[in-house]
Design a protein around this ligand. Structure first.
Ligand SMILES: [Zn+2]
Length: 336
């Protein structure tokens, strides 16, 4: 059975090795388009003169090493991710990691804070021109607005915890960027019936004053009930989808890659606040590290020292444009 993480596979004990390898192959097949997009990004970085970056992305995730335990369990052991912000391969992995971390925090909220209810908030503002200066200024505006809003007296009283993520989409029709925030907020049960309840129009007013702008920005607020999986997916999805910067037109692609890269440099893409921040800290999630740290061991599996395993290595074949098992690298390890 596949877990929510595409790369870690659990299989039944009596499945044979052939099936095991087939399962890994099927998972790696899903990575092919991301690897191909990473190579296109690498070419763009070369054209832009960022040769070191280009090389890192070129060699990203060429080797996937799996541990296959004698009881049939398969764990991802190591992958050489490049960690570049715009790398499609790393972005997908980062998104899974964020999904896992937010889900873990939400599970604890469910168990220990019965009086808190999650709501899903989207905050937008007008699109900006597709250049790095305009995008940078708009991101500054959003981040400052978010800071002011979360420090507003009413929000401090109403919102007990939050997680926010930045998303930037690109509109090809008029060549504009659309940066916006997705957030999960935890509010008291009483919020929905009490005097502090805020209609969408109240959120618009508050977001407008927090941004210090002279128009009403589009905001959306909704209660998360049965669609929690969907809401957590929304906040943990990619900051920028690769389809918004990987284009056939090289000149156009390089322009967008350059501007996105400059504007997103050193930005904190995801953050926890309030109760959610405390829980994240308690369970050992490093808030600052959420999108930047270890991209391999994101499930926090226990180290199994009592059981032998085989390492299987799958390597990207540049000619075939697919992952191929490297037989001679298989290592059998008997543990004590
Ligand atoms: Zn990468």
């Amino acid at each position: 059975m596949l877990s929510n993480n595409d790369y870690t596979v659990s299989i039944t004990e009596n499945q044979d090795t052939v099936n095991t390898v087939e399962t890994i192959r099927a998972n790696l097949k899903k990575q092919t388009s991301k690897k191909t997009d990473s190579l296109k990004l690498s070419n763009s970085f070369h054209r832009l003169g960022y040769h070191k970056k280009a090389n890192r992305v070129y060699w990203c995730a060429t080797d996937w090493i799996y541990k296959i335990y004698s009881d049939g369990e398969i764990l991802l052991h190591d992958v050489n991710f490049c960690r570049e912000r715009l790398c499609p391969m790393c972005a997908a992995r980062r998104s899974l990691k964020v999904f896992k971390q937010v889900s873990d925090v939400m599970d604890i909220v469910d168990c220990t804070y019965n009086d808190l209810v999650p709501v899903f908030l989207t905050l937008t503002l007008k699109n900006c021109h597709a250049n790095s200066i305009d995008l940078s200024k708009t991101l500054d505006l959003i981040y400052d607005g978010w800071f002011r809003m979360t420090h507003h007296r009413k929000i401090q009283r109403v919102v007990k915890g939050w997680f926010r993520a930045l998303e930037v989409t690109f509109n090809t029709e008029n060549s504009t960027f659309h940066p916006h925030i997705h957030a999960i907020l935890l509010v008291d049960k009483e919020y929905f019936t009490g005097k502090d309840f805020m209609f969408t129009s109240d959120w618009v007013k508050l977001w407008r004053s927090s941004l210090r702008i002279d128009y009403d920005p589009v905001c959306d607020i909704r209660k998360i009930s049965n669609e929690r999986y969907h809401s957590v997916s929304e906040v943990s999805k990619y900051t920028v989808k690769s389809s918004d910067y990987i284009f056939e037109d090289e000149y156009f692609m390089d322009l967008i890659v350059e501007n996105l890269g400059q504007a997103l440099k050193s930005r904190r893409l995801y953050a926890f606040g309030g109760v959610m921040k405390s829980i994240a800290k308690e369970i050992g999630l490093d808030d600052k590290d959420i999108a930047e740290g270890d991209l391999v061991n994101i499930e926090n599996f226990e180290v199994r020292e009592d059981i032998s395993y085989v390492l299987k290595v799958f390597r990207w074949n540049m000619g075939l444009s697919e992952y191929v098992e490297i037989d001679e690298k298989n290592v059998y390890t008997e543990q004590n």
